[in-house]
Each structure stands twice: as structure tokens, then as C-alpha cells.
Design a protein. Sequence first.
Length: 562
Amino acid sequence: MVTVPWPAAGSILSGVGTLLLLSYLRRYRGRPGANWLLLTFVAQALWCFSYGASLFVFDPALRWGFEVLTWTGIVWTGVPFLAFGLEYTGRGNLIRTPWFGLLVLVPIVTTVLVVTNPLHELVWSGFRIEPVYGAATVSYDRNAWAFFAIMTGAVFAASGTLLLFDTVISYGPLYRTEALAVGFSTLPPGIALLVWLFELGPVPQLNLSAVMFLPHVVLDTYAFVGGRMFTYSPAVRRTADRSAIADLESPFLVVDTDERIVDYNPAAETLFNAARSAVLGESLEAVTDVRVDAENAVLTRTDRGDRREFAVSTSPLRDGSDRTVGHTVILQDITDRRRREQRLEILNRVLRHNLRNDLTAVRGYVGIAADRVEDDDLAEMLETVGDDVSGVLETSEKARDFERAIETGARSPATLSARDALASIAADLEAELSGDIDVAVPETCRLQTNRELFDLVFTNLVENGLVHSDAATPRVTIEYDGSAEQSAVFTVRDNGPGIPDHELAVLERGEETALEHGSGLGLWIVSWSVTALGGDIAFDTDETGTTATVRLPGVVETDAAA
């Protein structure tokens, strides 16, 4: 009966597990880090199988050949695992640098030295078979290159492990258990290899690192088969984080606590037209003329005769202990916005004052002319002109009222009685226009909202219902329709012909075109005001009239509808 030494059985079993895992992971070829991990498992399988088989070989020459294969597997495990850690965590660009090429030279040179060791004995000397536990274990004196090669490989593997642990810390639970499993899986064989290298165990000639790949394979199987190691790659998130800053169109800088620039994106490089070496480490104020603590700072730059203005926005950077370690600085180009605001301000002033004053005078002269003219047709035309001028002035007043209401939006909202506010609106409009206005809102309905915008919404809705009604007696009803999610719902119903579909389409689309536009400013003011209040509005039109449903937040107190 042939007795199989347990170290050999454990090593071969580790090799079988590695091959099975290698076969499973082939489906992930091309994923970040996957190809390098497959190469790591190839070296690992060579390590386990060659060492397990060598324990059956007592012929010195053949046993030496198996030792060469074992060493080849050992020295070619660390570099691919480091490359896996780099690429899997989104640092694959480092693999394509000359520095990484120098690291690859270590296993290449070691492989050559191991194969040619009898000529120079730089790796080991005094090779001899010293069986233990029935296995053909060997002893030899490890020379300088042996320590250098294995310790370097251990550093490579440890670095890959630290990269995975960094992923756990940086990216949280999405990759936590799988990355921890792969990271810890390197510890058993790594510790066993160092114990053998430094001859620390009771049986120094026995290398248990191959056997210790058994827990390594179990942990890796959990991570790659039972877990989601390659389903969610942190390389995607790291690349996205890096690209989000690099591709940001606005200049972006990072400064330390002394306001020295430590990083910036290509947009900032273009803005300041300076090489990276000339900006990094320089004071933020010296480069940009602004400070981190400057409030409402605006940076002005002139480039090729074009004057540009940038709003400066800063945010603190805090570490895991909530200590401020620096700041981010974003420069937003506000040149076009400021120019547009300036043009609009000038146009608004001209329309509000000059044009309004001139139109008021025109309306007066047209009225005088209509009273004095004797031709009835001409008088009628002048009255039409007067009505048109009044309509333009009315639109101007609506725009001014909306602008004033928006300017009050920064103030804290006040609590108002919806019934009292609506009753006041109804009284004012009944005095100006013909028609009936009914208000069916409970006295206890109170809202915390902007009173000016609230009045604009319902004034324009009611006015629209009365003015455009074709009924003998125009009628508008305002009702409280209940509350939902801390919002009050009101309905405004009229008995008119209904709002034309094309005007509702313009509101829903949010813009007017040359072929499709609204007839006035009233519905736009309603829509803008409701949006500014944080609510929403919907229209329902049929042959009996139009129903506008208005939902406004800020309910303080209310009962059922009266």
C-alpha cells in the first residue's frame, strides 16, 4: 500500500483548487484586473503542483528540477498579484510605466538565476535531500538572491493586499467582504513561505506554503464565486471620480490648509496658462488673486482681449477624523450670465420707465382724439388703439408685480388665512370686472407662504376666468379641495369657453415658439409663481369651462372644506 505524505497531498489539493478557480474565472477575462489574477493563479498552480510532486521524488537530479519549477512559481506570483491590485482598484495606468517594468525584471532575473544556479550558486548552495514525514524534502543554504527575490515578491503581494484594503476603506460595503477575503487569503501562504525562508519552524526543510494555499483557495472562491468581486469593479468608481474632476469644464483646484495649490484640472491649467510645475505648491492668492475665506469673490481674467469673470466657490476637505485638511476651489464662468443680466436690466428699465411713460401719454392723446373726432369709424379705430395700448400697459404692470413678488421670496414666508386672502382678491376684482366670484374655503385653512406670489396666482386665474368668459354672467368659484402631504389643494373653476389647447401646450412645454405662443402673460405668471412657491398646477378644460387645480405647500392648519 502506497502512503501519500500529507504535505504532498495538501499541496496537490491546493493546486487542484487553484485550477478549478482558474477555470471558473476565465469567464471574467477582460474585466479590470482579471487577466492579471489569472496569471497569478497560473503561477500559484505551478507552485503547488511542482512542490507536491517533488515530495515523491528522491532522485537528486530530478528533485533539483522540481525545485526549479517550484521557485519559478514562487517568484512569478507576487508581480501579477500587484498588477491585479493596481488594475482592479483603478490604478492600471501605473502598470504601463517604466517603473513597473523594472519590477518585472525581478522574477525574470530570478528565474534565469535559479535555472543556472549550479554555475554560480547565487540563489542557494549545498542542495541535499533530507526526507521528513516520508516526503522528499530538501535542505540547502539560501544565499543573498534567495532572500532578495522572495522578500521582494512578498512586498509585491503585500502591496496588492494593501490596495484591496484601501478599496474597503474608500468605497465602503459594495466591495467590502470580497476585497477583505482576497486580501486575507494571501496571509497563510505568505507567512508559511517566510517561516520556511528564515528556517523558523521545527522542520526547516518542510515548505508548507503550498499547503497553506488551501485556505487561500477557499477565501478566493468565496470572493469570486459566491461574491461579486468582478461584478462591481472599484476601477469604475475610481476612474469616474478622477474623470469627473479632469473633465469638469470649470477650473478646479485643491489647496492645503496653508492655501498652497496641490492639484488642479486641465480647465484650470488652460485658464492660468501655466505649466503644472509652475503652479503646484504656489499660493492660491498669488496665482488666482483670491483667498479661500473670501466671500462672494469674483475673479476677473483677460485672455486675448476677452474679459472673463469667474465666481469663486470653496468647500472644505475633511479626513476621516473630520479635520479640515484643505479646500476645493471651483471657478465658474459667469461672464455670459452677467452680460445677459446687464442687458435684461437695461431693457427692463427702458420698457418699465421710458416705454411705459410714452404709452401712457399715447393712451391719453388717443382718448382725446377719439372724443374730438366726428367720424364714427375713425373714432372706433382710435378706441381700439386705446384698448391695445391699455393691454400693453396692463401686461407691463403684471410683469412688474411678478418681479416685485419674486424679490420678496428671500424673506421668511408669513402665515396667512387662505380664506381672507382669497376674499380680498375676489372683492378687488368684482369692483373692477363684471361677474361673480365665490370663495368656498374654510376659515381655518392657513398657509405659511409668500403672500405676494399667492395673490398673483389667484388674481390672474380669477381674472382670466372673468375676462375670457362668454357667459351672460361670468362666474368663478374658488374651492378648497383638501390637503395631501402637507400641501393645500385649491380649485379655480370658471364657466367660460376654456383655455385653448395651444396655450396649455405652450405652458407644458415651458417655452414659446414662432408658430405657437400664448395670448398674454397672465398664465405664465401663474405658472412661474406656483413653481416659485414649490407647488404645481394642472388645467382641465371642457365645454363647461376650465378648472385649475393648484397645490401649494406650507399647510399650517386646516379643516375639511366648507
